[in-house]
Design a protein around this ligand. Structure first.
Ligand SMILES: [Zn+2]
Length: 211
């Protein structure tokens, strides 16, 4: 089974913020609705309950159960498990319900990020790992629509790095967005980083990259 969580960290004056009980990186459990989907943490409405790979897989399975997932040029082998990859593939191939689910997930993430922007006002937001490319445009849109004028200058980028090590290497990041310089220098002093964490088991790998 493929599993993916959402983690993150805040860098302030070039130091990673840990918090009083080392909980400061639990950005995936910022709640963005009163009554959203159940989350693994025991609460509901968390960013992770909308936008993690597991959440997308849950929605993909629901669509598939209703015979609404697969579109032309898509097929599942007999024992193939429905995953988030199928949802993304369906959206790319014109499945509007799949697109809508991805949009909702990206919006949930964007709202969570806007809340963080209004709290700590970072200069840079880094989305990293699997799914980052799926959400970045929606996140920017949500910031434009819902962010205060004072946070509109924030720079939102996608990093090629796919694990939390990016926080330690914040000054030498290279970005998939070719418009961004590889070295952001001092601009990493106040950074919010969110990563879509991969967990592998049974030898399977996450295949989102390339979509
Ligand atoms: Zn949660």
């Amino acid at each position: 089974m493929i599993s993916a969580r959402i983690g993150g960290g805040v860098v302030h004056h070039n130091e990673l913020i840990h918090g009083s009980s080392f909980c400061a990186g639990e950005l995936g459990h910022i709640m963005v609705s009163f009554d959203g989907p159940d989350c693994m943490c025991g609460s509901h409405g968390c960013i992770e309950a909308y936008a993690s790979g597991i959440a997308l897989q849950r929605e993909a399975k629901k669509l598939h159960d209703d015979d609404l997932l697969l579109v032309e040029d898509m097929s599942l082998k007999n024992d193939e498990c429905v995953t988030a990859v199928h949802l993304i593939q369906a959206a790319k191939l014109g499945n509007s319900k799949a697109s809508s689910i991805l949009k909702t997930a990206g919006t949930a993430l964007g709202i969570g990020i806007v809340n963080i922007l209004h709290t700590i006002n970072p200069s840079l937001v880094i989305l990293s790992g699997v799914l980052a490319n799926q959400y970045v445009n929606t996140v920017k849109e949500v910031i434009r629509q819902r962010g205060l004028a004072s946070v509109q200058d924030v720079n939102v980028v996608v990093s090629n790095l796919s694990d939390p090590a990016l926080l330690g290497a914040a000054n030498v990041l290279s970005f998939s967005d070719q418009n961004e310089p590889a070295d952001l220098g001092g601009r990493t002093a106040h950074t919010l980083a969110i990563f879509f964490q991969e967990e592998y088991s049974r030898g399977q790998s996450w295949q989102v990259q390339g979509y």
